[in-house]
Ligand binder design. Structure first.
Ligand code: ADP
Length: 299
C-alpha cells in the first residue's frame, strides 16, 4: 500500500474579470469549491489508480473538514487517521483566476500546521504495513523528517515531493528514493537554472550528488527525467489537449507511488506517471481531473 502524509485543504476558486485593488470591492466573481491540498490530491490520485492508500492529515473543527475527509474516502483512501484539531480552521486556499488564466493564490494552512512528529510516530505500524511513504512540504518540516526517518526504520520506501521548495538537510535527502521536483524546485535546490530536457538530464544526477538516492524532475509537457544509480533517462509525456494544468504534479506523484508500491522499478513507474500527469491536464480542477487506470493505459 501507499501511506500519504500531508495537507488537506478546501480550495475556493474565484473566477473574476479583474482582481480588486486595496480598499476596492469586486462584485461579479463566480465561486467554485474543490477539495485540495497536495497531500489529499496525491492520496486521491493513488487511490483512483488502484493503490491501497492510508492518509494521515489534520482538519479543523469548522465544518469544512468533514466533507473533505468524506471525499477522500469516496475516492477510495483510508482516512481514519485524520483527526480534527480543536480551535483551528481547516486548511484553505483562495485562488483567484482572471480570464487570461493567471492564478493568484493565498493559502491559510490552519490545521495542517498541527500535524506533528508525534502523530507520525503514532502511525508507525501503519507506515510499516505500506511499501511506500509519500510526503510533500505543506505540513511542518519536522513532521516530514520524522516520517522519512520512521519509514526508513521500518523498511518503507520514501518518496518526497519537495513542493513548495524548502532547504532540506543532507540527512533527509539521503532517505529519499526518489526525491520528486519540478524545474523550479530543482533550480531552487541546485541554486542554478534548470531548463528543459537537456537541463534536467544534467540536473538530476546533481540532485543525487546532493544526497538523494534517486531523483525525478518533472518537465510539464516535456515529461520527466529520472536519475537512478548510474543512469539518467528522459520519459516524454504524450501530447494531449491542455484544459487545466492544476494538479498535474499531484497526479504524477500519486501514480508514481502507486506503481512503486506495486513493485515496479523506478524508471517503469516514471513512464507510467508521465502518462497519468498528462491525463490530468485534459480536464478541470486538481481532483476533478484525476485519471483512472483505463485513461492512463489509453495514452
Ligand atoms: P507541477 O504541476 O508540479 O509543476 P509539471 O508541470 O512538471 O508539475 O507536470 C507534472 C507532469 O504532468 C509532467 O511530468 C507531465 O507528465 C504531465 N504534464 C504537465 N503538463 C503537461 C502538458 N501540457 N502536456 C502533457 N503532460 C503534461
Amino acid at each position: 500500500g501507499v501511506f500519504v502524509m500531508g495537507s488537506i485543504n478546501q480550495d475556493f476558486v474565484l473566477r473574476v474579470e479583474r482582481r480588486p485593488g486595496p480598499g476596492e470591492t469586486v462584485t461579479d466573481a463566480e465561486l467554485s469549491l474543490h477539495p485540495g491540498g497536495k497531500g489529499a490530491n496525491q492520496a486521491a490520485a493513488a487511490a483512483l489508480l488502484g493503490a491501497e492508500v492510508t492518509f494521515l492529515g489534520r482538519v479543523g473543527d469548522d465544518g469544512l473538514g468533514e466533507p473533505l475527509v468524506r471525499n477522500l474516502e469516496e475516492k477510495g483512501a483510508d482516512a481514519s487517521l485524520v483527526e480534527r484539531v480543536p480551535g483551528r480552521s481547516t486548511g484553505a486556499a483562495f485562488i483567484t483566476v482572471t480570464p487570461d488564466g493567471e492564478n493568484a493564490i493565498t493559502v491559510a494552512p490552519g490545521a495542517n500546521r498541527a500535524l506533528s512528529p508525534r502523530d507520525v510516530e503514532a502511525a508507525r505500524e501503519r507506515i510499516a504495513a505500506c511499501r511506500v511513504l509519500v510526503a510533500q512540504m505543506e505540513i511542518p518540516r519536522e513532521t516530514v523528517l520524522r516520517g522519512a526517518r520512521v519509514a526508513s526504520e521500518v523498511d518503507t520506501r520514501v518518496l518526497l515531493n519537495l513542493a513548495p521548495p524548502f532547504r532540506v538537510s543532507r540527512e533527509l535527502l539521503s532517505l529519499l528514493d526518489p526525491l520528486v521536483v519540478n524545474e523550479h524546485e530543482a533550480a531552487f535546490l541546485l541554486e542554478e537554472p534548470v531548463e528543459g530536457v537537456e537541463g534536467a538530464l544534467a540536473a538530476a544526477p546533481k540532485l543525487r550528488r546532493l544526497g538523494a538516492r534517486s531523483a525525478v524532475i518533472t518537465l510539464g509537457a516535456a515529461g520527466a527525467v529520472v536519475a537512478d544509480g548510474e543512469s539518467v533517462a528522459h520519459f516524454p509525456a504524450p501530447e494531449v489537449e491542455v484544459v487545466d494544468t492544476t494538479g498535474a504534479g499531484d497526479a504524477f506523484v500519486g501514480a508514481l507511488a502507486t506503481r512503486l508500491a506495486a513493485g515496479e522499478a523506478l524508471k517503469e513507474a516514471v513512464s507510467y506517471a508521465v502518462r497519468a500527469g498528462a491525463a490530468a491536464v485534459t480536464s478541470e480542477g486538481a481532483q476533478g481531473a484525476l485519471p483512472t487506470p483505463e485513461v492512463v493505459e489509453r495514452l
